[in-house]
Design a protein around this ligand. Structure first.
Ligand code: ZN
Length: 497
């Protein structure tokens, strides 16, 4: 991590040489420049139009790069360069943190039986069939879930397409067992309504494997043979996170904001998660104009979130105990412009939802910064589960306080939420979630503006004071508001403003 020159830190340490006390302490921005150093001003400085401009750029990048910005693609690289250039123009140094991951992409796939094509979703990390696919008899295990080799006792699966029911064990186990009994490929059908989008979890010794609905499973088994053609690319690749932080603020009390920059391979990824990426980018740009920051604010754009939170996991894994202890709180922003939105806050205090993970101390106070802002604006909000289903998971697993904002994904809007936020009850928050239609038209600018304001306000509040979260006060005395804090150098009291 690079650290840029710090005015306050320099003052505190270099003063013993004497020069500090002779020179006037100049902390502030150039005359006439905006100085968004309170929550309302900061929220105003982060304009929705500017956030939308960043989204337009992400859309243009996806358009120029095979329609996506997925990890390991040129669309990700171009997105990263845009973020870096925008940050550098605002005065930040940026850092790329590289890590290895298992790249996977479906090039093409089809499942056809007697001229009928079935909708299917290739499981992540499935190997390819031979060119032209596998044409073979369909066969089911004696025990329909096919989790053990013995489930296939008495059945000859050699060279055939195994048709297996979801449940009891992981998809990877079913595929491995199918291979062990000699099957050429596997089709796994759902045991509940809905499409089956599965993953084998990583590269392994599998047969080509795809998923279909429960109804299609029953329909497929009325046929004797089928042709399954799956062409995939699976290979080790390298990708990276982007990190940048403020020059101002103490090193040992870092407020961290993160959003995943990668999208799925199936679309431009504008709501998920161009929105979070753009909102923290514009917050960083405007924060660079603020002064009197007591705490360092560090921004992260995570890579390979869609493949399993890989970037944030790598980042946290590289922190030692001291590095972890420096992070006062981590705020996560993943989907903050959903078309049929809610204004959701991760329910760290478990006032609505019991969390499925351990909630670090200080998380409830982090949530309160966000909800407090909304309350101050008479903006309705709702809790969303503190589930760990995004890049805050590695942080909370390491005990770092956390919260975040969410406008909804594949959940369904309730009547009550439609009254609070408008939109349509009974419809998912984002009907285009993880599809090619998650484009620039798939964003509600009002929701995005509301969330961007909250991100901006929370950032400046926490940049000034995290004491409610971790008890750490900046240079001032206990109870003195951050903007009027004082520093004592060689017995002389300086007011930091
Ligand atoms: Zn996401």
């Amino acid at each position: 991590m690079h650290h840029r020159h710090r005015l306050l830190a320099l003052g505190a340490t270099a003063s013993l040489a004497g020069t500090f006390l002779l020179a006037p302490v100049t902390i502030g921005s150039a005359a006439g420049a905006p100085n968004p150093n309170d929550p309302a001003k900061m929220a105003q400085a982060v304009r929705t139009a500017a956030v939308m401009d960043h989204l337009e750029q992400f859309q243009a990048i996806a358009d120029a790069h095979d329609g996506n910005r997925g990890a390991g693609t040129s669309g990700y690289e171009a997105s990263a360069e845009y973020v870096e250039q925008t940050l550098q123009a605002a005065g930040y140094e940026t850092e790329r943190q590289y890590f290895d991951f298992d790249y996977f992409e479906v090039v093409s796939s089809s499942l056809v039986a007697d001229g009928t094509e079935f909708d299917q979703a290739v499981m992540s990390y499935s190997p390819s069939t031979p060119d032209g696919g596998v044409t073979a008899a369909l066969v089911s295990p004696a025990v329909v879930t096919g989790c053990e080799v013995s489930d296939w006792d008495g059945i000859d699966a050699t060279g055939k397409i195994a048709v297996i029911q979801r449940g009891t064990c992981a998809f990877s186990v079913k595929s491995t067992v199918a291979k062990e009994v000699g099957a050429a490929a596997a089709v796994i059908y759902n045991n509940a309504d809905g499409a089956l989008n599965g993953t084998l979890g990583g590269p392994g010794d599998y047969v080509p494997t795809t998923g279909i609905t429960k109804a299609d499973g029953a329909a497929l088994l009325t046929h004797a043979t089928a042709t399954l053609d799956i062409q995939t690319v699976s290979e080790p690749k390298t990708t990276f996170n982007i990190l940048a932080e403020t020059a101002q603020g103490r090193d040992d009390n870092v407020v961290m904001l993160g959003a995943h920059l990668d999208g799925v391979h199936d679309g431009p990824g504008i709501n998920d998660n161009g929105t979070g990426s753009a909102a923290i980018l514009e917050t960083a740009v405007q924060l660079a104009k603020a002064n009197k920051l007591n705490n360092t604010v560090r921004f992260a754009w995570w890579g390979a979130e869609e493949l399993g939170l890989l970037g944030s996991e790598h980042y946290v894994s590289q922190l030692d105990e001291a590095g972890l202890a420096q992070i006062a709180t981590y705020l996560n922003f993943d989907m903050v412009g959903s078309p049929n939105h809610i204004i959701g806050v991760y329910d760290a205090d478990e006032s609505t939802y019991e969390a499925s993970v351990d909630v670090p101390k200080g998380s409830a106070e982090t949530e309160a910064v966000l909800t407090g802002w909304f309350d101050s604006q008479d903006q309705p909000w709702v809790d969303t589960p503190f589930s760990g289903r995004s890049d805050y998971a590695p942080f909370i697993a390491a005990g770092v306080p956390s919260s975040g904002l969410f406008t909804g994904g594949d959940g369904v809007k309730t009547e009550e939420q439609a009254v609070m936020f408008g939109g349509t009850a009974g419809v998912t928050y984002d009907q285009n979630y993880n599809t090619p239609a998650d484009d620039i038209h798939n964003v509600n600018p009002v929701a995005l503006g509301t969330m961007s304001d909250a991100i901006a306000a929370a950032t400046i509040l926490l940049a000034q004071d995290t004491s409610a979260i971790n008890g750490k006060r900046s240079y001032g005395r206990s109870g003195v508001p951050a903007r009027q804090q004082e520093i004592v150098i060689e017995g002389v009291v300086h007011t930091l403003r």
